[in-house]
Design a protein around this ligand. Structure first.
Ligand SMILES: [Mn+2]
Length: 383
């Protein structure tokens, strides 16, 4: 069975204030073209389909269009589930109706992982689905009081799927989690406030393929067949060197799957440019698009008037300017190590508290703040 594994679409995402929906629509067209031309039997989307619990209308319209074209025009089944950015209930609206058209959407974690049987030309595969849930929510949904961390939540679902899998039909397990050993980047939102979010990769053995979501760099964790597809586009400047792709997995009963990464390109690339203003203003080199999203790190030591607007005449989508060389190494170093987007709410609060009071947080205080921030995060997700 020829499966296309993808994840972390983050429809509706803003990148330094720019709406990425047009770029996501461009990518979606490439994706649908590939599905149509490559005899794909099914598409798996392993969570973070939207960027937020309440996505903007154009993002909802884009997903509606992609699902309709897959199911109605191409007749390719879809298995999609919620990640930590999605609202499980909103994502699952109409799920039972869509199922009849071959679009299988899973919002909330179930007490037993759902199974979808997919058919290829002359064989089958079973996909077991484990949507993202915070441990507290997972305890409610499953009735299992022992789910105290992500490792327990995913481990439980995987064990049940392993027990339920058929011996003669290949099995795929789908989860949205941070598996220990995976490599992170800036555009992922940490899954746990305090404590560990990591899931042991040992839980994920016993399947022909494991289709993961959450990490935005495509990668394998441990075994060849346990993989993150990664996001389709670069969602932070820290991903400038990533090669974004979708993962084509061909399962065959009794054999290891054939795995291939397919790069679908981007309407605008994401680049980090370093140099003097004169070098930057010399403009794009061969193979570089002036409409790419760029972050510029100026190495000039002296003051420069209005650097950003001069750069934007050459690079209209320059979204970030770093002048650490001018500001002095001390300031520059503090700045980059304190990039707030990379840090948890708890870390930010601790730093704020220490700055205002001159004292560090005590353990009991930290616990209260940690509880409050995770309550807020849960409310934001609408669960
Ligand atoms: Mn994500």
């Amino acid at each position: 069975v020829r499966i296309l594994h993808t994840s972390d679409w983050h429809f509706g995402r803003l990148f330094h204030g720019v709406h990425l929906t047009e770029d996501q629509a461009w990518w979606s067209n490439q994706f649908l073209k590939f599905v149509a031309e490559s005899r794909i039997d099914a598409v798996l989307i392993a969570g973070d389909i939207y960027d937020r619990a309440v996505p903007p209308p154009d993002a909802v319209a884009l997903l509606d269009d992609v699902f309709a074209r897959l199911a109605i025009d191409l007749r390719v089944p879809v298995v999609a589930m919620a990640g930590n950015h999605d609202s499980p209930d909103r994502l699952a609206f109409g799920a039972r109706l869509m199922q009849a058209q071959g679009v299988h959407v899973f919002g909330n974690l179930a007490s037993e992982p759902a199974k979808v049987r997919l058919r290829g030309e002359d064989d089958e595969v079973d996909v077991f689905v484990c949507p993202y849930a915070e441990p507290a929510t997972a305890r409610q949904l499953t009735g299992d009081p022992d789910l105290h961390d992500h490792d327990a939540v995913v481990g439980r679902a995987a064990a049940m799927a392993r027990a339920a899998r058929s011996t003669h039909v290949p099995a795929v397990f789908m989860a949205h989690a941070f598996v220990a050993g995976g490599s992170e980047c800036e555009s992922e939102r940490p899954l746990a406030v305090g404590g560990s979010a990591a899931v042991a990769s040992a839980h994920l053995s016993g399947f022909d393929y494991v289709a993961l979501g959450h990490l935005h760099r495509s990668q394998r964790v441990g075994a060849e067949s346990i993989r993150y597809a990664g996001s389709p586009l670069k969602y932070s400047f820290s991903e400038a060197d990533h090669r974004k792709s979708v993962t084509l997995v061909e399962t065959t009963s009794g054999r290891d799957p054939h795995i291939e990464q397919i790069e679908l390109g981007a309407r605008r690339d994401v680049r980090v440019l370093t140099g003097t203003l004169a070098q930057i203003l010399a403009g794009p080199t061969e193979g570089c698009n002036r409409d790419d999203y760029v972050s510029v790190e100026l190495t000039d030591k002296g003051a420069i008037l209005d650097a950003m607007s001069r750069i934007r005449q050459v690079w209209p989508n320059c979204l970030h300017l770093d002048r650490s060389a001018f500001l002095g190494e001390g300031v520059g170093a503090t700045r980059s190590s304190q990039d707030h987007r990379r840090r948890s709410d708890l870390d930010l609060y601790e730093e704020f508290f220490a700055e205002v009071t001159g004292d560090p947080l005590e353990d009991s205080e930290r616990e209260i703040i940690s509880q409050v921030t995770s309550d807020i995060a849960r409310k934001e997700r609408g669960s």
